[in-house]
Design a protein around this ligand. Sequence first.
Ligand code: AMP
Ligand code: ZN
Length: 471
Amino acid sequence: MYLYNSLTHKKELFVPNNPDMVKMYTCGPTVYHYAHIGNLRTYIMEDVLEKALRYAGYNVKRVMNITDVGHLASDADSGEDKMLKGAKRENKSVMEIAKYYTDAFFADCEKLNIKKPDVVEPATGCIDEYIHMVQTLIAKGSAYVAGGNVYFDTSTLNQYYVFNDHDEEDLAIGVREGVEEDTNKKNKNDFVLWFTKSKFEDQALKWDSPWGVGYPGWHIECSCISMKHLGENLDIHAGGIDNAFPHHTNEIAQSESFLGHKWCNYWFHVHHLNTDTGKMSKSKGEFLTVSLLENKGYDPMAYRLFCLQSHYRRNLVFSWENLDNAVVAYDKLIAKIAALKDEGEVDAAALDALKERFLTALNGDLNTSLAVTAVYDVLKAKCSDATKLAALADFDRVLSLNLLPAAQKLKEKEAAEAAASADPEIDALVMQRTEAKKAKNFQEADRIRDELKARGIEIIDTPQGTKWRKA
Ligand code: AMP
Ligand code: ZN
């Protein structure tokens, strides 16, 4: 499989450290609010990546954190802790907020057929690991204590901006915007590994540490949780593009300084879902959730298809019109699948050819829109319906669009509707009228028609015969 690697800025052949097991880490949600459908775009595409790797024959162990502590609204200690902000907003404790929104996140994932990672670890579960990493970094001279906090010293690195060739000053502006300079820092990019002195003295969750009672910085959780479950060598680290800097940049800095060697080989970044008016953001208050889509009558599968129709490295613009187009496409697709007959033999050679096209799409840097096209190719293929159904079931291991179950449901719905509108008595009267007409007994034919009319039934004579409907 070829994947674009943000670290090298090019598409590379994916080669895991150990061919028996791909180790994949995903930055999880900050559980202070519902996930918006932009966040979920990232999780859908990461889900497809994991499933595509499995489809290609790899075993995958995937780990995800849940950020339930330490994610400041800005990296530079300039903003409130997001969790605390959520707790205040809802008059609940931080742990209550974390539990509620973690459950809500996985409920949304389930609706979108996003598989739960093999390991899910809340940031509050690994305090000992953070303390150990911070102690080691201090011992190695990569971190220092200043003003009660522990900072990572970015001047000890050979290279800090690993993901892009941007001008350092340009990148730093984003971090410093509206932020008072933290005078404890030796270098402007240094970041906090452990807080004991923050401007936010009401931080709810605190733990004892060698530097005093405090709490971890945001970045350290991903390094430690990943190493706890996946060891010292990671194959793929995934996240939204906004995480590349500073979050992932800082993860690499601290992890590689801690380990003394390269940590992760492939960095997979999903670009953003934006609205036509700009960035989708939880902190803006009003944002789109899966529940909101459902309340408006949208099937979450239509949203999944909408995401799959575009490449993960392109920004995607959400509009209701675009989503409506995805609904039409999804409904048409399901209707076509429902029209297939579960009969005939599976043609192994034809099935292999269809699968090959699908795999080629995935192997080309996860080209999901081409993979969706491969679904239409199945429907157009000159092979038995049994072969087509087998191919669709196979592709859905990755696409997870409920292709066959939704088609089955549609068939059952149509059968139930037909049964509900069936009426043998009316059928019999219609038949009698046809017989009367044939026998040129027009008086009787008209009498029956009038009787049906009085019962609210309209007769329609068509070239295929006489039909009726409730007027
Ligand atoms: P958060 O809950 O804010 O920590 O974000 C969860 C995930 O969603 C991270 O991987 C983010 O990079 C990603 N993300 C945030 N905003 C967007 C967006 N508008 N579109 C796609 N992914 C996003
Ligand atoms: Zn992370």
